[in-house]
Ligand binder design. Structure first.
Ligand SMILES: NC(=O)C1=CN([C@@H]2O[C@H](COP(=O)(O)OP(=O)(O)OC[C@H]3O[C@@H](n4cnc5c(N)ncnc54)[C@H](O)[C@@H]3O)[C@@H](O)[C@H]2O)C=CC1
Ligand SMILES: O=C([O-])CC(=O)C(=O)O
Length: 332
């Protein structure tokens, strides 16, 4: 057994954390032989609820959990953590776009960036889930200058999983057979789900999804809009935003940071843009990445279809607008 690592989950009394904590506690994220000390951060009015969550984690009777630290104090929550799931933030309601949460949520990520900077391990890997996730990740890293900016990533894995599931359903295959779906840009309605580099294994090795589907119109239209609007569709039905699927995606994302991507496969995540594929620089833009030794690399040389190009431009523009608004909110 390795020695335990400290892992913080913020918004620990909320609905995503409720599912995420189970995955972390049973070893799905950091490995079946990696003990964890769980730091659970929420706000003071939620401490009683958080106490109930702690009782349930104890009652799971999972041996990988060596200690639980529930707190409303960021200085305690972020102390010596090696992995951070920043989930705690207001969720959107029906009729809102995720960027409508910006003014309410972005300051949380400023404060938590400052706390990470002071108290976390410098190698900490930070996954931002709270919306608007890309811009919150950018803000968090700006206020944590002593931690490499590459250590901050934003979650578009739920969109990727949604895209894979849509394709699997369409092809009537198991979702595990579909790989390499890309999400470009912002985790918002402007995101660009792209299956042009995706593969499906129909029994004799991976082949292009485009060839297997033989339906370009669906990939150019309904596929994109279904994935873009899936979060809103769940809210319309559940009156609350996606939770178990978001938690699973957060676990998948951190799992791949920790253990790397499989040969020949890439995953999508919001990372600091270097301008690849014409994206604006210095925003957190979702790209296809491979991961090795806990470091991501943007996959280069993929074909972007002409019909995707204006969409990539629009999602980049939205991220620049969000960045300008976030700086305004944080500095005034
Ligand atoms: N990136 C993605 O794909 C997804 C992102 N989300 C976002 O994740 C966030 C959380 O969603 P839920 O868990 O459903 O919300 P929730 O409302 O159930 O839980 C949020 C928790 O965060 C806590 N919180 C608020 N401010 C905090 C602070 N400063 N420090 C620590 N905790 C704080 C709240 O008290 C609450 O317990 C929302 O912003 C939601 O929009 C949700 C689904 C997918
Ligand atoms: O739609 C929302 O507000 C929650 C979310 O980010 C998602 O489900 O993708």
């Amino acid at each position: 057994m390795s020695s335990p690592i400290r892992v913080v989950v913020t918004g620990a009394a909320g609905q995503i954390a409720y599912s995420l904590l189970y995955q972390i506690a049973k070893g799905d994220v950091f490995g079946a032989d990696q003990p964890v000390i769980l730091h659970l951060l929420d706000i003071p009015p939620m401490m009683e609820v958080l106490g109930g969550v702690v009782m349930e984690i104890i009652d799971l009777a999972l041996p990988l959990v060596t200690e639980i630290v529930p707190t409303a104090d960021p200085t305690v929550a972020f102390k010596d953590v090696e992995a951070a799931f920043l989930v705690g933030a207001m969720p959107r309601q029906q009729g809102m776009e995720r960027k409508d949460l910006l003014s309410a949520n972005v300051k949380i990520f400023k404060v938590q960036g400052e706390a990470l900077d002071k108290y976390a391990k410098k190698t900490v890997k930070v996954l931002v889930v709270g919306n608007p996730a890309n811009t919150n990740a950018l803000v968090c890293s700006r206020y944590a200058p002593s931690i490499p900016r590459e250590n901050f990533t934003a979650m578009t894995r739920l969109d990727q999983n949604r895209g894979r599931a849509q394709i699997a359903e369409r092809l009537k295959v198991n979702v595990g057979q579909v790989k390499n779906v890309i999400i470009w840009g912002n985790h918002s309605a402007t995101q660009v789900p792209d299956a042009n580099s995706a593969t499906v294994d129909l029994g004799s090795g991976p082949v292009p999804v485009t060839g297997a589907l033989k339906n370009d119109e669906w990939l150019k239209g309904e596929f994109i809009t279904t994935v873009q609007k899936r979060g809103a569709a769940v809210i319309a039905a559940r009156k609350m935003s996606s939770a178990v699927s978001a938690a699973k995606a957060a676990g998948d994302h951190m799992h791949d940071i920790w253990h790397g991507t499989a040969p020949g496969q890439f995953v999508s995540m919001g990372v600091l843009s270097d301008g690849s594929y014409g994206a604006p620089k210095d925003v957190v833009f979702s790209f296809p990445v491979t991961i090795e030794n806990k470091e991501w690399k943007i996959v280069q040389g993929l074909q972007v279809a002409d019909y995707h190009k204006p969409l990539l431009e629009a999602t980049g523009k939205e991220l620049l607008e969000e960045k300008a608004e976030a700086i305004e909110v944080c500095e005034h």
